[in-house]
Write a protein that binds this ligand. Sequence first.
Ligand code: ASP
Length: 372
Amino acid sequence: MKKAMLAALAALFALTAPSAAEEAAMPADQPKWSIAIHGGAGTLDPDRMTPERRAAYEAALQEALDAGAKVLASGGSAMEAVKAAIIPMENSPLFNAGKGAVFTWEGRNELDASIMDGRDRSAGAVTGVTTIKNPILLADAVRTESEHVFLMGEGAEQFAATQGIETAPPEYFATEARREALERMKAEALSALDVDTKFGTVGAVALDMEGNLAAGTSTGGMTGKRWGRIGDAPVIGAGTYADNRSCAVSATGWGEYFIRVGVAQEICTRLRISSVEGKPDRGWSVHYPGVENWTTDDYAEFDAQMTADAVMAEVKQLGGDGGVILVTPEGHALFSFNTTGMYRGRADSSGMREVAIFGGDVEAGASNTPDH
Ligand code: ASP
C-alpha cells in the first residue's frame, strides 16, 4: 500500500503542483494542514455519466475544495475551512444540500446540518429547516450562540432570526430534477435508493496549522422522507464527529444505518483508543510484508484507513451503504466507501490537491470496501 500510495502521490503532485505563491507559503518545517470534502456516495456508473455532467461535478468539488484549502493555507481555523468548503456545495443545485435538496413525501425541502469543533467537542446541529440558505451556518450558530446542540424546525428558524442568519424562500431550494425524482418515486412505487441512485449529502473535515480538527455535514435527507424522518447527517456521532485526540469524520449514505452504527464517533473512538495504546504491529506483518519497517506516521495512516474500512464494513453488514471522509491529527485525509463511487476531494499543505468521483479514480488512500 505504501508504495502505491507514494507513487500515486508523486503522480498527483505532478498533476496538481502548487503555484509558486503556495510553495513560497509552505517551507518544509511549516505546520501541516489538510482537508477532505464529499458531495455524496452512491451507485455511480462512469458509462452513464456524460462528460459534461462529470465536468460540472468536478468543477463544483474543486470550488469547494479550493475554498476550504485557501482558509487553511492562510492560517485559518479548521472550523472556518469546513464552513467555507460546505457553503459552495449548499449553494450548488448539484448536491443534495441547501439549493438542490431532495423533496419530502409532501413535496417540501427540509434541511439538516451539523458541525463539530475537535478542540472542545462543541457541536451544533439543526434538522427540518425550510428557509435557511446555508444550514451549516445555522448549525454553527447553535454551537456558538446557544446553550444547546440540536434544534429542530420552526424553533431552529426562530433562533436563526435572532442571529441574523440569511434566509431564502422555500422555492429557492426546489429544483426540477429533484421534483421529478419524487414524482417518479410515487408513480412507480420506488424506494429513495432507486430514484436518488446516490446520496448527495455534502461534508468537509479539516486539520488546521494549529493542530485542530473540525467536521461538518449538510443534507436534504432522502427523497420521499416523511413522518419527520431524520437521517444521520445532523446527528452528532452518526454523520459528524470531531475530536482533536483522534480524527474528524463526515458521512454520507443510508442514514438509518449510520445512526445505528454511530459511524462518525465509532471511527474516532476506535482511533483514540488505538492511539493511546501506541501503534503496535497487530500482526499486520503477516498480511503486509514490510509493515515492520513503517514509521509511526505510516502506521497512523494505515490504522485510520483500516479503522474507517472496518466501521464501514459494519454498515454494509447491517445492509446499509455509503461512505465517510476523515482527517487525522497527523494530517492524513482519507476516504472509505462501500458504494461504486463517492464525490470527493482532498488537499493538504504538501501540495496534494485532487477531486475524484468513481471508485479507483484515485488509488492511494481512497479505500472502497465492497467486499466486506
Ligand atoms: N445520509 C443522508 C440521510 O440519510 C443521505 C445522504 O447521505 O445523502 O439523510
